[in-house]
Design a binder for this molecule. Structure first.
Ligand code: GDP
Length: 304
C-alpha cells in the first residue's frame, strides 16, 4: 500500500471533523481553536501535543491579527512539520542498518497482537532483499502461536530461524540465535521477545536477562531495541510506549496498522512525546506493507 492509501481513513476522518469545526466561519477565532483542539485530541494526537500545536496556532493568530479558516490547513501542516522537525523521528531514507557491524542485533519488543511478528517478517524481507544475511530468533517462548507465526515468516522470506519449544528460556533462545548468527557470519539478527505487560517487573527482568545473555556472545548487543505499537489502538499505544520505555531502553518505534484506522494522528503525538524515532510504519498485512517512516512525507501526505 502507498502511504496515501494507508492514511486514507485518518485523513477522511480528520478533515471531516475539521470542516465541521470551521463550517460557516471565515476567521480563526477562539471558538474555532477550541473546536480544532477537540479535533486533534479526537484524532489521537494526544493532549500534550495537541496543546503545543494549538499554542503555535494561537501565536500565529496573535501575530498576524487575522487568520482565515481557509488558511488553517496550510498552517496546521507547517506547524506540525515544524514540531516534528524538533524530534529526531523519521529521518531514515531507506531500510538501511545504521552500522556495518556484524551481526547487527535488533531486539523487538511489544505486546501480543500489535503486529510484532509481522513487522519482523517484513523487516527480514527488506534486509534480505538488500542481500543481507538475516537470522531470526523466536524468543517469545510464552505462546506456541508466536513461535509458529515467526516460523511462517521465516519460510515466507526464506531466512533461517532459531527456536526452542514453547516455555523454554527466552534468554537461552536469544543466546543460541546469536551463536548461530555469528557462526553463519550473518549481517543482522532479529530477536522476537515476549511482551507481557501485565507484570512490569517480570517484563523488565526478562528483557534484562535476554540482553545480558546476548552480551555473552556479542558484547554490546542489542544494537537496537524496536518497540512495536498498534496505531489503531490510539491512546493504548501511548500507554504501552510509556510502560515499555520504563521497562527497558527503547531505541526506535514501529507503528503498525495505520491502514485500518482513523487514528493516524497517534504517530504525530508519539513522535513528539517520546523523543524516540518512529522508524517504521505498517500500512497493511502484505510483506511489502512496511514503510520507512519519514516525517516530512507523512505530513505532506496527510495535509495534501
Ligand atoms: P504479534 O502478536 O504482535 O506478533 O502480532 P502479529 O504480527 O501476529 O499480527 C497480528 C495481526 O495484525 C495479524 O493479523 C497481522 O496480519 C496484522 N497486522 C500486522 N501489521 C499490520 C498492518 O500494518 N496493517 C494491518 N492491516 N494489519 C497488520
Amino acid at each position: 500500500q502507498t502511504l496515501d492509501k494507508g492514511l486514507e481513513k485518518s485523513k477522511t476522518s480528520f478533515f471531516g471533523k475539521l470542516s465541521k469545526a470551521v463550517a460557516g466561519k471565515s476567521k480563526v477565532d477562539d471558538e474555532v481553536l477550541d473546536d480544532l483542539e477537540e479535533v486533534l485530541v479526537s484524532s489521537d494526537v494526544g493532549v500534550d501535543t495537541t496543546l503545543k500545536i494549538i499554542e503555535r496556532i494561537e501565536a500565529r493568530v496573535a501575530k498576524d491579527k487575522y487568520l482565515g479558516t481557509d488558511e488553517l490547513n496550510g498552517i496546521l501542516r507547517e506547524e506540525i512539520a515544524s514540531l516534528l522537525s524538533e524530534t529526531n523521528t523519521g529521518e531514515q531514507e531507506d531500510f538501511m542498518l545504521p552500522t556495518d557491524k556484524k551481526p547487527y542485533v535488533l531486539m523487538v519488543v511489544g505486546v501480543n497482537g500489535v503486529g510484532k511478528t509481522t513487522t519482523i517478517g517484513k523487516l527480514a524481507y527488506q534486509f534480505k532483499k538488500q542481500g543481507k544475511k538475516v537470522v531470526l530468533g523466536a524468543a517469545d517462548t510464552f505462546r506456541a502461536a508466536a513461535i509458529d507465526q515467526l516460523q511462517v515468516w521465516a519460510d515466507r522470506v526464506d531466512v533461517p530461524i532459531v527456536k526452542q519449544q514453547m516455555g523454554s528460556d527466552p534468554a537461552s533462545v536469544a543466546f543460541d540465535t546469536l551463536k548461530s548468527a555469528v557462526n553463519q557470519d550473518a549481517d543482522v539478527v532479529i530477536i522476537d521477545t515476549a511482551g507481557r505487560l501485565h507484570n512490569k517487573i517480570n517484563l523488565m527482568n526478562e528483557l534484562t536477562k535476554v540482553k545480558r545473555v546476548m552480551q555473552k556472545v556479542v558484547p554490546d548487543a542489542p544494537d537496537e531495541v524496536l518497540l512495536v505499537l498498534d496505531g489503531s489502538t490510539g491512546q493504548n499505544a501511548f500507554e504501552q510506549a510509556k510502560q515499555f520505555t520504563k521497562a527497558t531502553e527503547v531505541s526506535s518505534l514501529a507503528v503498525t496498522k495505520l491502514d485500518g484506522t482513523a487514528k493516524g494522528g497517534v504517530v504525530i503525538g508519539i513522535s513528539d512525546q517520546f523523543k524516540i524515532p518512529v522508524k517504521y510504519i505498517g500500512v497493511g498485512e502484505a510483506i511489502e506493507d512496511l514503510q520507512v517512516f519519514n516525517k516530512y512525507e507523512f505530513v505532506d501526505s496527510f495535509f495534501k
